[in-house]
Every structure is written in structure tokens, then in C-alpha cells.
Design a protein around this ligand. Structure first.
Ligand SMILES: Cc1cc2nc3c(=O)[nH]c(=O)nc-3n(C[C@H](O)[C@H](O)[C@H](O)COP(=O)(O)OP(=O)(O)OC[C@H]3O[C@@H](n4cnc5c(N)ncnc54)[C@H](O)[C@@H]3O)c2cc1C
Length: 467
């Protein structure tokens, strides 16, 4: 049996694991990363990146279809098989790039499934090869997350599919029921609706995007309904009956039981940290717990064993995974670092997009922070009008005592880009007065941020003042 000895072992090559591997290399620390599938994890292979390829294509189709006012005429259609080829090429480019970066930084990448044998040893099942053992001093567990499933909503990959399969369809289903109106279900559901599929969303909670402020969601709902999507909230799927090429879905709504026969059912009811098959029990961690608990240095209760990314629980986001991994790697190197962000952005890449960071008004109130609110509509922004994407708004919240910006919510075109300025503001404690006086390029959507900050002091230039 082959044996490798290393200082640091990283298990899992997603946005947490591969960033840890690169950062350890940059810090000149001898490290090995083990990945059982393809480096890049869920994000690059079956998550963030492929979903955004589809969404980009769907938006281009919608823009052309709604292009009359720009003088754009004619029919447009989408070749799903061709789009899949492009998606694969983007994924390949990025995953190959990550593999090269790991190597270029001096970290060894091993393909296989790692399982702890003890506090200092893992066994790795290497494909088509003998088992390898790795002896290490410290380890970072980055095994990510997997889709949640409930008995009768189990996916079969054909008629009842999960997000992974929904990212790879080469023929357009005529109809689809999306079970779960969270970020992933809405992003993928809206993509399919944008290219001609009849989409029905069934969400158990009383709103889509549960936990997101209602006024943001309202703008999104309007757009989805305009596209023909059917949204059922406070509704539960009760039964799936599989026919030869279709599924009959029975779901209970506020008005009673509804029955719909569709070509695909997409189940997106959430994801859960992946703690199984890693041998956690052999190092004193509980594989049946919901997630791996860590301190602010990303170290678990077992000294020298760190964890980062989705495996550490909510929110399950790629940028959070990478930020945590970087803290783990730097802490291992001896630096005094902590994972204590004020600003963890959350983005829903629908049309319009929703992006939030920091506190909501309710959260501020719960913390006893009195806030002043500056809301600015994109309809008053030149760049939004010229792009034909003038629905939605941006809202800045500032501590009414200190004027420090504590939270930002955006619904509208390019909200995912506009949130970056808000992240800096919240994380660095910039005041509304400071942001409102910073020159923003014209004409840009960013001017809405400047104006929203000025609204807090009733000094917006392009909004009627409060009297
Ligand atoms: C459809 C979809 C869209 C998404 N869109 C976004 C988005 O737009 N923005 C965003 O921030 N997040 C998004 N996410 C979430 C994002 O993908 C995850 O938060 C992110 O991938 C977490 O990174 P991670 O490294 O913690 O875990 P993962 O990406 O899950 O990676 C874990 C890796 O560990 C490997 N592994 C597991 N066990 C072992 C073992 N025993 N040995 C070796 N390897 C092992 C797995 O094969 C996997 O590659 C999306 C998710 C989905 C499903």
C-alpha cells in the first residue's frame, strides 16, 4: 500500500477545499488535497457556474423577445443542446484552471475518496489503483453539501429531477413543476420559463424565497407572473404519480387540491451538509450531526482538525466557503485570523435579481439598532431606463446614531454587481454621508446607491424631498 506523508490534508476540492489548497501553497505549507470527483465541487461543476450559463442564455432570449421598443424584431429560439456544449466548455475551462492553480502553488492533488482512519491518517480509494494512506499533522474537512430529499420526492434523474439534472437537459420540457421556491428552484424554473416551458412553482411557506423581505419578493413575483410562471405559496406537493413520459403532481393549495400533469418535476427543497463516508467517527466527530461545528478560526472541537464551507452549515454559499477556507489555511500558518464577517452577501440570480447584505430593518430592530432608511427607485436612474430594466429599487439602511451603513437590499437589474459596493460599505463601516458624497460614474446603475445613501439625509438630487 502506497503511503504519503504531508503536513496538511484537505478533503474535498470545492470552493472551500481548492481555495484552502491554493492558499496553503501560497503560504509555503506542504499540503495534499483529495477530491473524489472533479475539482471545483458543486459550484463549478453542477451549481453556481453552470446555472449562470443557462440563466445568461435565458436572459438573452427574453431581451430579444421584449426588444420591440429598441426596434428589435423577429423570432428567436434557443438550441438547448448547443447551450449545453457551451456550458460544458465553461465548466471545463474553470475546473482545468483550478487544477493548474493548485499545482502551480505547489499543493499535490490526489483523485479519490478520503476516509479518516485516525486523527493523523486517512485512507484514499484511488480509482483503478491500490488504496493510498496519507499521514498528516492537520486537516481541513471541506466535503460540502448534497441535496435534501424527502421519501416520495426522491429524484430518479428522468421524470423527477434535481438541480444537477436540470442543468443538463438537452431537450426542452413542455411543462415542469418546481417543488420548492427557494433560490435554486426559482433560478432554474425561471430559466426554463424564459425559453418556453410552462412552469409551476409549489412552495410550502407563505412566500417564495422564504426569509427574504416581502417588498423585494413582490417585484420578482410580478416579473415571474408576467412571464407566465404559476406561483403557489402555502402549498404542498402531496403525491407524484409517474406515468410513461409524464408525472401527475397532486398538490394542496390554499384553495384546495390541484392536479397537474407535467413532463418534469424539479425538486429543489434544500441542501444539507455532507458528513457521511468520511470516517468522522474515527476522529471524535459525530457524522449524524447536522453540520460540523467550528470556532472563529475554523477549527473543530478536535485540535488541528478544521472544517470550511457548506459542511459547516448555513448559509450554503460558495463565497462564504472560500472565505472560511482562507481563514483555516492562514490560521494553520500561524497567522492571527478570525472568520467574523459583517457582510455575507446573498444573491438570487433571477430576473430581476435580488441581492442583500448586512441587516434588514427587522433584524436591526431585533438588535436594538435604530436605522434610517434610504430607498431609491431604479425608474429614476438614466442607465436603468436606457437598458430597459427600470423596475426595482435599492435600499440603504444606516444606524441613526452613527450614520454607519448596516444593511443594503436591492431588487433589480445587475443587483448582483451593485451589491459589491454595499459589501465594502457594510464591512468597512462607511457612513451614508460618506457614500452619498462619493462621485459615481454617470450613467451607471451605481448612481442609485449614491442616491439611496443621500435619501437617508433627505438630500437625494433626483428624488422629491420629504417635507
Ligand atoms: C444549482 C446550484 C446553484 C448554486 N448557485 C450558487 C451561487 O450562485 N452562488 C453561491 O454562492 N452558491 C451557489 N450554490 C452553492 C454552492 O455551490 C456551494 O455553497 C459551494 O459549492 C460550497 O462549496 P464547498 O467547497 O463547501 O462544497 P462543495 O462545492 O460541495 O464541494 C465539496 C467537494 O468535496 C468532495 N468530497 C466530498 N466527500 C469527499 C471525500 N470523502 N473525499 C474526497 N472528496 C470528497 C465532493 O466531491 C465535492 O467536490 C449553488 C448550488 C447549487 C446546487
Amino acid at each position: 500500500m502506497k503511503k504519503i506523508v504531508t503536513k496538511i490534508l484537505v478533503i474535498g476540492g470545492g470552493p472551500a477545499g481548492y481555495v484552502a489548497a491554493i492558499r496553503l501553497g501560497q503560504l509555503n505549507i506542504d499540503a495534499v488535497i483529495v477530491e473524489k470527483n472533479i475539482v471545483g465541487g458543486v459550484c463549478l461543476n453542477v451549481g453556481c457556474i453552470p446555472s449562470k450559463v443557462l440563466i445568461s442564455a435565458g436572459r438573452k432570449v427574453t431581451e430579444v423577445q421584449n426588444g420591440e421598443r429598441f426596434g428589435i424584431e423577429g423570432d428567436v429560439s434557443l438550441n438547448l443542446a448547443k447551450l449545453q456544449e457551451f456550458k460544458e466548455s465553461v465548466v471545463k475551462k474553470l475546473t482545468t484552471g483550478v487544477r493548474k492553480l493548485i499545482k502551480a502553488n505547489g499543493t499535490t492533488l490526489l483523485s479519490g475518496k478520503a476516509r479518516f482512519l485516525s486523527r493523523n491518517m486517512v485512507a484514499v480509494d484511488v480509482q483503478d489503483d491500490e488504496e493510498v494512506t496519507i499521514e498528516f499533522e492537520k486537516a481541513i474537512i471541506c466535503t460540502g453539501s448534497v441535496p435534501s430529499s424527502i421519501g416520495f420526492l426522491e429524484t430518479d434523474g428522468e421524470l423527477v429531477i434535481g438541480s444537477k439534472e436540470a442543468l443538463s437537459l438537452t431537450t426542452l420540457p413542455k411543462s415542469m413543476v418546481v417543488v420548492g421556491g427557494g433560490v435554486i428552484g426559482l433560478e432554474l424554473g425561471q430559466f426554463y420559463a424564459s425559453i418556453g416551458c410552462e412552469v409551476t412553482v409549489v412552495e410550502a411557506m407563505d412566500q417564495i424565497l422564504p426569509g427574504t423581505e416581502k417588498d423585494l419578493v413582490k417585484v420578482l413575483m410580478r416579473s415571474m407572473k408576467k412571464m407566465g410562471m404559476k406561483l403557489h405559496t402555502s402549498s404542498k406537493v402531496k403525491e407524484l404519480i409517474k406515468n410513461e413520459t409524464t408525472v401527475t403532481v397532486k398538490f394542496e393549495t390554499k384553495k384546495g387540491m390541484e392536479i397537474k400533469e407535467v413532463e418534469k418535476v424539479l425538486v429543489t427543497i434544500g441542501r444539507k451538509p455532507y458528513l457521511l463516508d468520511v470516517g468522522l467517527e474515527n476522529i471524535g466527530l459525530d457524522p449524524s450531526s447536522q453540520f460540523i461545528e467550528v470556532n472563529s478560526s475554523m477549527e473543530t472541537k478536535i485540535s488541528g482538525i478544521y472544517a470550511a464551507g457548506d459542511v459547516t452549515g448555513n448559509p450554503l454559499l460558495a463565497h462564504r466557503a472560500s472565505a472560511q477556507a482562507e481563514v483555516a489555511a492562514e490560521h494553520i500558518s500561524g497567522r492571527i485570523v478570525e472568520y467574523k464577517p459583517l457582510a455575507i452577501p446573498g444573491v438570487c440570480y433571477t430576473t430581476p435579481e435580488i441581492a442583500v447584505v448586512g441587516l434588514t430593518q427587522q433584524q436591526a430592530m431585533d438588535k436594538g439598532i435604530d436605522v434610517k432608511v434610504g430607498k431609491f427607485m431604479f425608474g429614476a436612474i438614466g442607465r436603468a431606463l436606457v437598458s430597459g430594466a427600470d423596475s426595482g429599487f435599492i435600499r440603504y439602511l444606516a444606524n441613526s446614531e452613527t450614520d454607519v451603513i448596516v444593511g443594503v437590499q436591492i431588487v433589480g437589474h445587475e443587483a448582483s454587481e451593485l451589491i459589491s459596493e454595499a459589501i465594502v460599505a457594510v464591512e468597512k463601516g462607511i457612513t451614508a454621508g460618506e457614500l452619498g458624497k462619493m462621485m459615481h460614474a454617470h450613467p451607471t446603475l451605481g448612481e442609485a446607491a449614491m442616491e439611496a445613501a443621500r435619501v437617508i439625509h433627505n438630500e437625494a438630487i433626483h428624488q422629491v424631498p420629504r417635507r
